[in-house]
Design a protein around this ligand. Structure first.
Ligand code: NAD
Ligand code: UD1
Length: 339
């Protein structure tokens, strides 16, 4: 069985490639390497001891995509390729619509052309906007607050229309909560270009001294310690969720959304404290004002994925902190690996 992985050199893609290879899938991976490095592909090969084809192409390059589909008998696609920085999407909305929405349309056109209709897609908990009820289940109202989120929602809606037009499609929309952690080998992990946006990458970079302190965005939320609560999920659990979703997609037709989260929320302070304890280092922080657009609390009801995919998260926050620290301390400059 051969799977095309778009955006497979990135953070979630590279960890998912490891799980897919370890479970006997053959891969063709494409990536434009705009937010990732070729070295992550080399390391996936090293960790698994398995080889696969890597295509350095842009998803929007339809001719190149058609060549891939005619050179290989692709059975299914796991689609990660996309831009993901919320702040940047506000400044450059057209880049986000073109890359994330048009990219998915081009992919689906070529899939249709080659009669490949099995698709697992990266969506995001961002499609729930400011959810009123916790935990968030898949049937909660959808709504977005920024162009990045809107691209994810648009892609979900476009894919629903495609399925309505042709019931032979089989599509899983995976709504990730907050990925954290790294592969236990310490060989692959999150390596953002430029300033980190997420709390977890901020903490690890403060840990190695690349940044001075974590700024906590508000301690006046209606939560137990006043800081924001999120559902952090270990990247390996997330990668395994793709494996389960892919197996399901290959054996059924339909379109379904699944939350991939743990169902448990932690506050910013709890994450910092757990990281300090696990890594045995101190993480300086200061409280600043709220970040516009942030919600107080967000955590998943992951029961649908358990019921229908047989998947549930197994790793806890300590393991997320330990594994991401293990990756970051040995790769101070990520895949560039300058010491
Ligand atoms: P990432 O930036 O590490 O990986 C995305 C990869 O896609 C990168 O390697 C990038 O080079 C590639 N890419 C982007 N546009 C491309 C194009 N036009 N053609 C070819 N390659 C292209 O991000 P990630 O964290 O691994 O996220 C993967 C997916 O999951 C994205 O769609 C993202 O929106 C979604 N997601 C991520 C998070 C998160 O917190 N990391 C949360 C929810 C959803
Ligand atoms: C972010 C994205 C969202 C995406 C989600 C999952 C934004 C606005 N939203 O949301 O689209 O779906 O990740 O990956 O970027 N925090 C700090 N200091 C920091 C960074 C964050 O205190 O330097 C706090 C935030 O206020 C929040 C928590 O930490 O309470 C987590 O923030 P972050 O990692 O950015 O994730 P989300 O806000 O969930």
């Amino acid at each position: 069985m051969t799977i095309l992985v778009t955006g497979g050199a990135g953070y979630i893609g590279s960890h998912t490639c490891v799980e897919l290879l370890n479970n006997g899938y053959k891969l063709v991976v494409l990536d434009k390497l705009i937010n990732s490095k070729l070295e992550s592909i080399n390391r996936v090969k090293k960790i698994t001891g398995k080889d696969f084809i890597f295509e350095h192409i842009d998803l929007l390059d339809k001719k190149a995509l058609e060549r891939i589909f005619s050179d290989h008998k692709i059975d299914a696609v796991v689609h990660f390729a996309g831009l993901k920085a919320v702040g940047e999407s506000v400044i450059k909305p057209l880049d986000y619509y073109r890359n994330n929405v048009t990219g998915t349309i081009v992919l689906c056109e070529v899939m249709q052309q080659f009669d490949v209709k099995n698709l697992v897609v990266s969506s995001s908990a961002t499609v729930y906007g400011t959810a009123k009820q916790m935990p968030i289940s898949e049937d909660a109202p959808l709504g977005v607050t920024n162009p990045y989120g809107r691209t994810k929602l648009m892609v979900e809606e476009i894919l629903r229309d495609i399925y309505t037009s042709d019931n032979n499609w089989s599509i899983a929309l995976l709504r990730y909560f907050n990925p954290f952690g790294a592969h236990k080998s310490g060989q692959i992990g999150e390596d953002p270009n430029g300033m980190p946006n997420n709390l977890t990458t901020y903490i690890t970079q403060v840990g190695i001294g690349r940044l001075n302190e974590v700024r906590i965005f508000g301690n006046d939320y209606p939560t137990k310690d006043g800081t924001g609560i999120r559902d952090y999920i270990h990247i390996i659990d997330l990668a395994k969720g793709h494996l389960k979703a892919l197996n399901n997609v290959l054996n059924s037709n339909g379109i379904e959304a699944y939350n991939l989260g743990t169902g448990r929320g932690y506050s910013v302070l709890e994450v910092i404290k757990t990281f300090e304890k696990t890594a045995g280092i101190s993480i300086p922080y200061k409280v600043v004002g709220r970040r516009p657009g942030d919600v107080a609390v967000s955590y998943a009801d992951p029961s649908k994925a358990k019921r229908e995919l047989g998947w549930e998260a197994e790793k806890n926050l300590e393991e997320m902190c330990r594994d991401s620290w293990n990756w970051q301390k040995d790769n101070l400059y990520g895949y560039l690996n300058k010491k």
